[in-house]
Design a protein around this ligand. Structure first.
Ligand code: SF4
Length: 325
């Protein structure tokens, strides 16, 4: 079939020239543990935020054995700020299971990997592909979007992953990385079709995105607000934005149990001794496939020690997220 050949050839060429090979988890020889750490950290956090955390974390916990011995208190300074603490708890649990039940080695089979806390089908495929070089497409929102748009004209189209796993002949480790980078740089939420090397045979481009627009209207399914995480944007007059991280702007990410006004106020009162005015959510969306409420808030009383950023930094951060409505 010509089109899959065209698809992978163009993608691989693009990746050779423009891929993000500098990312620390893209090194040639990488252990299953290192892949797993990167994938867990990347689950709900944008790439630029994860890089520093990942490097520091691996300096402190270079192996699964070292992590398995860590207490929550020892672990937290290397994780705090990434938000969504259930992920952190699962990391500690998984490290202990890998050491106690698998002799310190991540299993090489998908089903066993998926029994580890916090490891879903995507993470299992990513470990098998990136660490063990196995022939798996690591199917996440990036792959779904690119395959869906290119072959069917709509990012949420039903795609038979198994067929593509067989039809695409390139080394899947490189192909997975190439599609992830391509999704983040070119086939973004607002795709840069005019500069895309795939446009000649892309269904989305041929139909000018109309199929995707129609299907979005048709779906209209209820947003699962109860299960949504909260991205809290703390600001002063929308000119200064207070960040959960020092080096770059990051909203405060709160779990679903704290995604409403009273819980957000309580969180900031208890954790930072601050009194807030919290607005209703101004956006309901999916960030990397996770339902997310975007919420603005202002500090009414109390002294903070947060780093201050401006609107442009917030815009840059939003650009990097894979957001769907
Ligand atoms: S032409 Fe547009 S929609 Fe198609 S793959 Fe390229 S960027 Fe994505």
């Amino acid at each position: 079939m010509k089109i899959p050949l065209f698809f992978e050839k163009q993608l691989m060429q693009w990746f050779t020239q423009r891929g993000r090979k500098h990312l620390p988890w893209r090194k040639k020889r990488i252990t299953a543990y290192e892949v797993w750490v990167s994938e867990i950290m990347l689950q709900q956090t944008q790439v630029s935020r994860v890089i520093d955390y990942y490097t520091h974390f691996l300096k402190r916990f270079p192996t699964v054995e070292s992590l398995s011995k860590a207490t929550w208190k020892q672990f937290l300074p290397y994780y705090a700020g990434l938000g969504y603490y259930r992920r952190g708890e699962n990391m500690l649990k998984t490290a202990k299971i890998v050491v106690d039940e698998h002799h310190g080695k991540f299993p090489r089979d998908k089903k066993t990997l998926m029994k580890l806390p916090g490891v879903g089908e995507y993470t299992a495929s990513a470990i098998l592909s990136f660490a063990f070089g196995e022939d798996h497409l690591a199917w996440d929102t990036n792959l779904q979007k690119v395959f869906g748009r290119f072959f069917y004209g709509e990012k949420n189209a039903e795609v038979d992953q198994k067929i593509f796993e067989k039809k695409l002949l390139s080394d899947k480790r490189t192909l997975n990385a190439a599609i992830m980078d391509f999704s983040s740089e070119v086939c973004r939420r607002d795709p840069k079709c005019s500069e895309c090397p795939l446009k000649e045979h892309c269904e989305y481009f041929r139909t000018s995105g109309t199929l995707e627009a129609k299907s979005k209207k048709k779906r209209g399914e209820a947003f699962p607000a109860k299960d949504a995480q909260a991205y809290v944007f703390l600001h002063r007059g929308h000119r200064e934005y207070f960040s959960a991280q020092k080096q770059q702007f990051s909203p405060f990410v709160l779990p679903p149990s704290a995604n409403h006004r009273d819980a957000i106020k309580l969180y900031f009162r208890e954790k930072h001794a601050l009194l807030l005015a919290v607005r209703p959510p101004h956006k309901k969306c999916y960030v990397d496939g996770i339902p997310t409420l975007m919420i603005n808030a202002q500090i009414l009383l109390g002294k903070h020690r947060f780093a201050i950023f401006d609107k442009k930094d917030v815009r840059d951060m939003m650009e990097e997220l894979d957001i769907t409505e």
